[in-house]
Design a protein around this ligand. Structure first.
Ligand code: NDP
Ligand code: 2IT
Length: 452
């Protein structure tokens, strides 16, 4: 609930100009609820209209993407890029290909990205892009033609010192490769204009693993500081089975946890013996198949189809819950169930996977809640490390990058923890501290650079 008059007015005005954009309004509300405290302590935020300035993206582009399928049929999709804020570095953020993509989704992701990138401490502004193109069932050639068509328009808006895209849902190494190739062809320059590239053309070791690994480093650090505990011997529930989920699974196992679920949009699997990572990688990374296939390969595993009202992964008793699929996949009913089953910590691999009321419920019931902008920042942080390596024109070892990633994730936790102390917040509420700490750096950079 927002009570401060200035913050209330800003939120009402935001809602007025963003009707029909529910995810964007949700992200804004969550941020403003946290920033109330900062506004009350620091009058220069209101005096300089910093909330209004921060909440309006610097630029939003929307373009047509026309492409040919394998039968030479023409298709038209919508492409987007929001360049949200450049106060602390070049615009930076992923590209999502999914049929649900629209202006609301892109803008909520762009807004979250600004605070996330700020928390990494690396010099990166916030951006996001994507298309309502559905990669499911498309041939490799169709994916290539779509990526080339998408970049044929996007190239004019990006550059290694301007805006550096990367992957997100539906965009991985293959798609980044096709987009990089098209940019290079059009501009006739080999630069680090995208991150998440293949290792043979400027990609960084650990980028593929980074979001999932970073999520587990953050979770482990929070457990250590707040509960004097760790992953060892803990039951872990993970949703999703894409890039973030797979490498969260891998690191959770390495840290001694037992992961019992994985999911996709059709359903979820339960394996009481602990999910077998090699089987998941084979199905998802090699065959690009469905998670249901797991039960045909691992005796004793169970599959539950996703249906309205049917139990979700969150109904499985666990100590650690890591939502790694998509926005609003964990609602109030799920939070009630998790608390009933005595979950200790919920950390978000996905962006905004927990509804606002579910997040409040978890925090009010003493669960440690690590929001995506902090817990999943390892992906973009390693993208920042890829940008550094590209500038130097050299590459660091796996161990080097992994250690840097671990340090960044632990520092993000420490920064939030000390912000929580400064503002006398609950220790388990990592959301309010993350928003305040992330905003603080951007706001001071905006003030120092004069009115924009
Ligand atoms: P992938 O495309 O690799 O995987 C996405 C996974 O989520 C798939 O299992 C997919 O299932 C599932 N999923 C997607 N949409 C839905 C939906 N509407 N309902 C149910 N399940 C769904 O994407 P990533 O793993 O890269 O991204 C997952 C999340 O992590 C996203 O929120 C993303 O924004 C966030 N993130 C990603 C980062 C990265 O570096 N890649 C960095 C930080 C955050 P299906 O195959 O059935 O669609
Ligand atoms: O949400 C995210 O942080 C990402 N999809 C990764 C962005 C990036 O630029 O690596």
């Amino acid at each position: 609930m927002i009570t401060n008059e200035y913050v209330k007015r800003v939120f009402e005005d935001f809602c007025k100009i963003n009707t029909g954009k529910p995810e964007y309004i949700q992200a804004c509300q969550e941020i403003l609820e946290s920033l109330e405290l900062a506004v009350e302590k620091n009058p220069s935020i209101e005096k300089n209209h910093l909330l209004e300035r921060f909440l309006e993206p610097e630029r939003f582009v929307h373009f047509r993407v026309a492409w040919l399928d394998d039968n030479n049929e023409i298709h038209v999709n919508r492409g987007y890029r929001v360049q949200y804020n450049s106060a602390i570095g070049p615009y930076k953020g992923g590209i999502r290909f999914h049929p649900s993509v629209n202006e609301s989704i892109i803008k909520f992701l762009g807004l979250e990205q600004c605070l996330k990138n700020s928390l990494t401490t690396l010099p990166m502004g916030g951006a996001k892009g994507g298309s309502d193109f559905d990669p499911k069932g498309k041939s490799d050639n169709e994916i290539m033609r779509f990526c080339q068509a998408f970049m044929t328009e996007l190239y004019r808006h990006i550059g290694p010192n301007t805006d550096v895209p990367a992957g997100d849902i539906g965009v991985g190494g293959r798609e980044v490769g096709y987009m990089f190739g098209q940019y290079k062809r059009i501009r006739d320059e080999f630069t680090g204009v995208l991150t998440g590239k293949g290792l043979s053309f400027g990609g960084s070791l650990v980028r593929k693993e980074a979001t999932g690994y970073g999520l587990c480093y953050f979770t482990d650090k929070a457990l250590d500081v707040l509960k004097h505990d760790s992953f060892t011997g803990k039951t872990v529930v993970i949703s999703g089975s894409g890039n973030v989920a797979i490498y969260a699974l891998e690191k959770a196992i390495q840290l001694g946890g037992k992961v019992v679920t994985m999911s996709d949009s059709n359903g979820w699997i339960y394996d009481s013996n602990g999910v077998n990572i090699e089987v998941v990688k084979q199905i998802k990374e090699v065959e690009r198949g469905r998670i249901k296939e797991y039960i045909n390969r691992v005796p004793g595993a169970k599959y539950y189809e996703t249906k309205p009202g049917a139990p979700k992964v969150w109904s499985v008793p666990c100590d650690i819950a890591l939502p790694c699929a998509t926005q609003n996949e964990l609602d109030l009913n799920d939070a009630v169930e998790l608390v009933k089953n005595k979950v200790t910590i919920v950390c978000e691999g996905a962006n905004m996977p927990t509804t606002l009321e579910a997040a409040h419920y978890l925090i009010d019931n003493g669960v440690i809640y690590g929001p995506g902008k902090a817990a999943n920042a390892g992906g973009v942080a390693t993208s920042g490390l890829e940008m550094s390596q590209n500038s130097y024109r050299l590459s660091w070892t796996f161990e080097d990058v992994d250690l840097k990633l671990k340090n960044i994730m632990e520092n993000i936790f420490d920064n939030i923890h000390s912000t929580n102390k400064k503002y006398e917040l609950k220790e388990n509420d990592l959301l309010t501290g993350a928003n305040i700490a992330g905003f603080d750096k951007i706001a001071s950079a905006m003030l120092a650079q004069g009115l924009f």
